[in-house]
Ligand binder design. Structure first.
Ligand code: ADP
Ligand code: MN
Length: 495
C-alpha cells in the first residue's frame, strides 16, 4: 500500500441531469445577483473585463504586470525630473527617448470594447453622406465657397487624419475645430519630422526585442488568453511581416460564449508601433464604411480597425463558404483564427508549392470561383490577392489576409480588383494552365462588367471611368442608386 494512503476515489455518482440542473441553478443565481448588484457581477464575470480585476494566479503574468507597473513608475519619475530640469525655461529638454512605455503602449482601456462580437458587421448598412460638388453652398448672400475661412479651417482639421498614427491630434478631429492654413502647415511639418524621428527610434526598439516579436502589452494580452484556458500553448511565430506578426497556438479547452476552440489556431497581431499602416490609408480613407468612424478615432484605434475589418471580411467569406480561416475571437489588435495547416506546420503559400498540372488547373478554377463568390456574395474585393496570400491545404486553395479588402464600390475598388486579376492570371498562366483567362477577361468574369478594350491602358481607363461614374452617383444620389447593386445582381448601368 502507498505510505501516503490511498487516494479517496469514491466518486460521487451524479447524473447528467443533476449537472445540468446545477448549472441552471448557478445561472439563475447569477441572473438574480445581476439585477441586485450589477457592478459586482460585472467584475466577477472573468479576467478579461478590465486590466484592473487582474487574475493573479500565474507567476509569469504577475511578473509581467509588475514589470509594467515598474515601467510606468519609472516614466513618472522621468517626467518629474524633466519638469524639475525644465522649470519655467522657454527651452525645454525632453526625456521622451528614455521612456519605457511609449505613449501608445500605455493604454486607457476604459473606453474600449473588450471581446468583439464576431457576427455583427457594423459596416454593412452604412450609407455615405452626400456632399455637394458645386464648390459652394447656400444661396444669395449666404453663399459659402470652398475658400471660406470656416470651411477651409474645417478641411484642414479633417486632413490631420493623414498624419502618422503616433501623432497625437487629440480630440481635434472629432470636434468642430478650424485650423488656419498657417497653423495647419506648421503642424504638418511637425508631424512629418516627428514621424521620421519616431521611425528611427522604433527601429532600434524593434531590433532589440526581435525575438520577442511583440510589445509587452501584447504579450500580456496573449498570455491572458492562455491563462484563461482559451489557448493551450503559444508555440511560436509563423511569420513576421511589416504590418503583422502571426503566431501558432494550440487551442485550449475552455469554450467561451458557446465557441469551441479549434485544435490549432493562428494568432494575427497587428503591429501598433510601425507606420506601415499609413501606406494603406487609401484602403480605408475612401471606404464609406469607415467615413463616420475614421475621424473620431485615435491612431491606436485605427490600427485595431484593421483587425476588426479582417474579422468581418473573414466572417463574410466564411458565410459564403469560401475556404478561409475561421474567426475565433478578436481582442484589440489581436485576431485569433483557425490554423490552416497541421501540427504547427502552416499550409504552404501557392507560390511555394509545386503542383501537378492537374492540381494547378483545379486550383485555377477554384480561384476563379472564389473571386466571383467574393465579389458577388460577399460584396468584397480582396485587394491583395496573389500567390502570396493563397494557401494550398487539403487539396484546395484557401484565401487569407483580408484586412485590406474593400467593397467593390470603394472609389478604387475596381482598380484593386484589376490588380488582383492580373496577379492571379499571371500566376496561373506562368504555371502552365492553358485555360487561364487573361487579366481583362478575368476582370469581366468576376465583376460581370463587359469592358471590351483589348489593351491594358484603355482597359484601365475604362475602369477608372466606371469608378468615377459611381462616385458621382454616390455624391448625387447616395449609395442606393449607385450602379453597383450590393445584393449580388449583375451591375446595372443606368445612364
Ligand atoms: P501579412 O499582412 O503579414 O501578409 P498574413 O495574413 O498574410 O499577414 O499572414 C502572414 C503569413 O502567416 C501568411 O503568409 C501565412 O503563411 C501565415 N498565416 C496567416 N494566417 C494563417 C492561418 N490562419 N493559418 C496558417 N497560416 C497563416
Ligand atoms: Mn500576406
Amino acid at each position: 500500500q502507498c505510505p501516503w494512503g490511498a487516494p479517496n476515489t469514491t466518486s460521487i455518482s451524479c447524473s447528467l441531469a443533476d449537472v445540468m440542473s446545477e448549472q441552471l441553478a448557478k445561472e439563475l443565481q447569477l441572473e438574480e445577483e445581476n439585477t441586485a448588484f450589477p457592478e459586482v457581477v460585472a467584475v466577477a464575470e472573468g479576467p478579461f473585463i478590465t486590466g484592473e480585476n487582474a487574475d493573479t494566479s500565474s507567476d509569469l503574468m504577475l511578473a509581467q504586470m509588475l514589470q509594467m507597473e515598474f515601467d510606468r513608475e519609472y516614466d513618472a519619475q522621468l517626467r518629474r525630473e524633466e519638469k524639475k530640469i525644465n522649470g519655467d525655461s522657454k527651452v525645454s529638454i525632453s526625456f521622451e527617448n528614455y521612456r519605457k512605455v511609449h505613449p501608445y503602449d500605455s493604454d486607457s482601456s476604459e473606453d474600449e470594447v473588450d471581446w468583439q462580437d464576431t457576427r455583427h458587421d457594423p459596416y454593412r448598412a452604412d450609407k455615405p453622406t452626400t456632399t455637394p460638388r458645386r464648390g459652394f453652398i447656400g444661396k444669395g448672400k449666404d453663399i459659402t465657397t470652398k475658400h471660406d475661412e470656416v470651411v477651409c479651417g474645417r478641411k484642414n482639421t479633417a486632413r490631420m487624419e493623414n498624419f502618422a498614427p503616433e501623432f497625437q491630434v487629440g480630440d481635434g478631429i472629432g470636434m468642430d475645430l478650424k485650423l488656419s492654413n498657417q497653423v495647419f502647415n506648421a503642424l504638418k511639418q511637425h508631424a512629418y519630422s516627428e514621424e521620421r524621428r519616431s521611425a528611427r527610434l522604433h527601429e532600434k526598439k524593434e531590433h532589440s526585442t526581435a525575438e520577442k516579436a511583440v510589445d509587452p502589452k501584447t504579450r500580456l494580452l496573449l498570455y491572458k488568453m492562455v491563462n484563461a484556458g482559451m489557448l493551450e500553448t503559444i508555440t511560436g511565430c509563423i511569420s513576421t511581416g511589416k504590418e503583422s506578426v502571426v503566431f501558432h497556438a494550440y487551442g485550449g479547452k475552455s469554450a467561451t460564449e458557446d465557441k469551441v476552440m479549434p485544435p490549432e489556431c493562428a494568432i494575427k497581431v497587428f503591429k501598433t508601433t510601425l507606420n506601415e499602416f499609413k501606406n494603406r490609408d487609401k484602403y480605408i480613407k475612401d471606404d464609406y464604411r469607415f467615413k463616420d468612424r475614421f475621424s473620431k478615432l485615435n491612431p491606436r484605434k485605427i490600427i485595431r480597425m484593421w483587425a476588426e475589418k479582417e474579422m468581418h471580411n473573414l466572417t463574410r467569406m466564411q458565410n459564403a463558404g469560401i475556404p478561409c480561416p475561421q474567426v475565433v475571437i478578436l481582442k484589440k489588435h489581436v485576431l485569433v483564427m483557425s490554423f490552416i495547416g497541421q501540427d504547427q506546420v502552416p499550409a504552404p503559400k501557392l507560390k511555394d508549392v509545386t503542383l501537378s498540372s492537374e492540381d494547378m488547373k483545379k486550383a485555377y478554377y477554384q480561384t476563379l470561383n472564389m473571386m466571383q463568390q467574393l465579389y458577388k456574395e460577399c460584396n468584397l474585393v480582396h485587394a491583395d490577392l496573389s500567390e502570396y496570400n493563397m494557401l494550398w491545404h487539403d487539396g484546395k486553395v484557401w484565401l487569407i489576409d483580408v484586412s485590406q479588402s474593400v467593397e467593390p464600390t470603394h472609389p478604387h475598388g475596381l482598380e484593386f480588383l484589376f490588380r488582383d486579376c492580373r496577379n492571379v492570371s499571371q500566376f496561373f498562366q506562368k504555371g502552365g494552365v492553358a485555360e487561364a483567362l487573361n487579366e481583362r477577361e478575368l476582370f469581366n468574369a468576376v465583376s460581370g462588367f463587359n469592358i471590351t478594350a483589348d489593351n491594358e491602358v484603355d482597359f484601365q481607363a475604362e475602369i477608372e471611368a466606371l469608378e468615377k461614374m459611381n462616385e458621382d452617383h454616390v455624391q448625387n444620389h447616395g449609395k442606393k442608386l449607385s450602379m453597383f447593386s450590393s445584393d449580388g445582381d449583375p451591375p446595372i448601368y443606368d445612364e
